[in-house]
Design a protein around this ligand. Structure first.
Ligand SMILES: Nc1ncnc2c1ncn2[C@@H]1O[C@H](COP(=O)(O)OP(=O)(O)OP(=O)(O)O)[C@@H](O)[C@H]1O
Length: 590
């Protein structure tokens, strides 16, 4: 890492610490005072020895007592400094997690989905923790590493400027040699951390993919990937150890008291023999001067810690830099007038320089009607569905819900009008009843049960060990995919919002589950404005309107019969769907 980068790194570190900067400064002041007291104790001790030498019969109580008091004070101040830095670290940790959570609630949902829960969890847990460790353990050390050498120099200068200059010269040579030996270590450190991260990624992949990969190659492929990451990490560690091992041994050799002591003894002896130094001053210089080099040692290890923390901070700042979805202020915010949905000349691209995924898409969904979105894979159906709850904002054109641009509504107003049932169902680590209540917190138990009945979920819930009070989600009871989906449908039924956007399930575990899901969905859809990404064409024959997408464009629209007669994209999709059904039937008969 270049020096400029290093400087940037430290400002980055400071910027993230802003909420607790005052307390960290306080901790550093305490640590600096502790260093001053420790040095003061040494100086007073030198005074005591000098007094003893001058009058061997008289015990120097005053300086001895003062040295003891300063030592105790240094200890107390140092403890308080660490207390403050630990307290600041806890506050910073809580604050950062709250800020990150708040920010993630306001950035486009699509961003959260794209980055992935694993990576975001790592930022919120590991990176914030790394910052905690840095603030708690290093800030007092930093203060000491800067304060001690400066105060020692001042004291030495006051005692004897010649010896002070020599001690500083030894130190300067030491720092220069160590810096030379550590050249390139910044780059090495980055390689070390990057290799470490590859190992973590490979571990996560290995564990997460286990249920899938073990079924076809007993996990060998992902294990090899993990093994390779581990080997690469070992290579870097060994190289680094050789390099850092040398420079750290060198720094311990040079930045320890002995070289300074040797030079001070030699020069002091010479000065005394020429009658230009008295013994008491020489003694004081020997006691005080030797700690100068030693107090610089922590700076070497702190450099490493800063580089590591910098990577964590970079990731935290990257998440925080993601722009939040603009919200209208309370005065300008509007309310939807009815349950209609309208796309007006919508263009959309996922990234600023990416391809247009939707081009000039316009359609109307009248209140209370059912609209199906169909088209080949990758045509843009899911994107259309996800633009309505503002997973992202459109690149051009606008989307109206109840006659109002979704960007002019407060997000909670939009959410009160539109319910979403997507395929990736998520259940919280809570009871089934509370999972169904999500978004309708005031609902009574009777209402929860009624929703579960309509979603065809009541029977299987009743059979669970604690019924509606059975815990689900992580480490909860195991539910099949179909059962989880029915719980999310019950949730949407209870929310009872006028507009429903749903991504119909592609695969059904078994015919019984399919029948239950179809019944649940038709209960959910009753009386609502529905936009449905439909994968099974049989379910959309009765839709009021079918929108056929092809390569991001709205290619055709109409009812089933008319579209089949038209002989276009939909007719082709329908033919291949029917053919697939025939194949399935033939397969079943065979
Ligand atoms: N998060 C994303 N970032 C970038 N491009 C994306 C993202 N999600 C989808 N796309 C691209 O947008 C296009 C439309 O995808 P979309 O998922 O909307 O299609 P779809 O019609 O729903 O397909 P399928 O039926 O296979 O689910 C595709 O080319 C896809 O690669």
């Amino acid at each position: 890492m270049s020096d400029r980068q290093g400087a940037g790194a430290s400002t980055g570190v400071w910027a993230v610490m802003r909420p607790v900067q005052g307390q960290i400064r306080f901790a550093m002041v305490l640590a600096g005072l502790a260093a001053a007291c420790a040095l003061g104790a040494l100086a007073v001790l030198a005074w005591a020895v000098a007094a003893l030498l001058a009058e061997p019969g008289r015990w120097p109580w005053l300086p001895l007592g003062l040295a003891a008091a300063l030592t105790v004070l240094a200890f107390v101040l140092r403890l308080s400094a660490f207390n403050q830095s630990h307290y600041a670290a806890f506050r910073l940790e809580t604050r950062l997690r709250t800020d990150l959570a708040g920010h993630l609630a306001r950035v486009p949902l699509g961003y959260v989905q794209q980055i992935g829960s694993g990576a975001l969890t790592k930022v919120m847990m590991d990176d914030v923790k790394a910052l905690h460790v840095f603030v708690a353990d290093s800030t007092p050390l930093y203060a000491r590493a800067y304060v001690s050498p400066v105060l020692t120099f001042v004291l030495l200068w006051w005692l004897d400027w010649r010896l002070a200059l020599v001690a500083t010269a030894v130190l300067a040579v030491g720092v220069a040699v160590v810096s030379l030996a550590m050249r390139g270590s910044g780059q090495m450190m980055q390689r070390y951390h990057a290799a470490g991260e590859n190992v973590s990624k490979a571990v996560v992949e290995y564990v997460q993919a286990m249920p899938v990969v073990r079924t076809f190659d007993t996990g060998t492929t992902t294990f090899h990937r993990y093994q390779r990451a581990l080997d690469a990490f070992m290579d870097v560690v060994l190289q680094w150890y050789r390099m850092a091992g040398f420079s750290s041994r060198l720094s311990v050799a040079i930045l320890n008291p002995l070289p300074t002591l040797a030079v001070l003894v030699w020069l002091g002896g010479w000065l005394i023999s020429h009658d230009t130094l008295d013994a008491a001053t020489w003694l004081a210089v020997l006691l005080v001067g030797t700690g100068m080099a030693e107090s610089l040692l922590p700076l070497m290890s702190l450099k490493h810690l800063v580089a590591k923390t910098q990577m964590s901070i970079h990731r935290i700042q990257e998440v925080m830099a993601e722009p939040e979805l603009p919200e209208p202020d309370m005065v300008q915010a509007k309310f939807p007038k009815d349950a209609s949905v309208r796309f007006e000349a919508v263009d959309f691209r996922y990234t600023a320089d990416g391809e247009l995924v939707l081009r000039d898409v316009s359609f109307d969904v009248p209140p209370g009607s059912v609209t199906a979105l169909v088209g080949p894979s990758g045509a843009g159906k899911t994107t259309v569905a996800r633009l309505i709850p503002r997973f992202w904002d459109v690149s051009a054109g606008r989307i109206l819900v109840g006659g109002v641009d979704v960007r002019q509504m407060q997000p909670d107003v939009l959410m009160r009008h539109v319910a979403f049932v997507f395929q990736d169902t998520f259940l919280f680590a809570d009871t089934i009843a509370n999972n169904i209540r999500l978004g309708a917190e005031g609902a009574t138990m009777d209402e929860v049960i009624a929703a579960a009945r309509a979603a065809q979920a009541h029977e299987f819930i009743e059979r669970l060990p604690q019924g509606y009070d059975t815990p689900v989600g992580e480490r909860g009871v195991f539910l099949s995919g179909g059962q989880r989906q029915r719980i999310t449908i019950a949730r949407a039924i209870l929310q009872n919002r006028p507009i429903l956007v749903l991504d119909e399930a592609t695969a059904f575990a078994d015919p019984e589950n399919e029948a239950a899901l179809v019944a649940a969905l038709s209960n959910l859809m009753r009386g609502k404005t529905v936009l449905m990404v439909a994968h099974r064409l049989s379910t959309i024959r009765d839709a009021d309107q079918i929108l056929v997408f092809d390569q991001g464009r709205l290619a055709e629209r109409g009812r089933h019969g008319a579209l089949v007669a038209q002989g276009g994209v939909y007719a082709r999709l329908w033919n291949s769907y029917e053919q697939a059904q025939d194949w399935a039937l033939m397969g079943a008969r065979a």
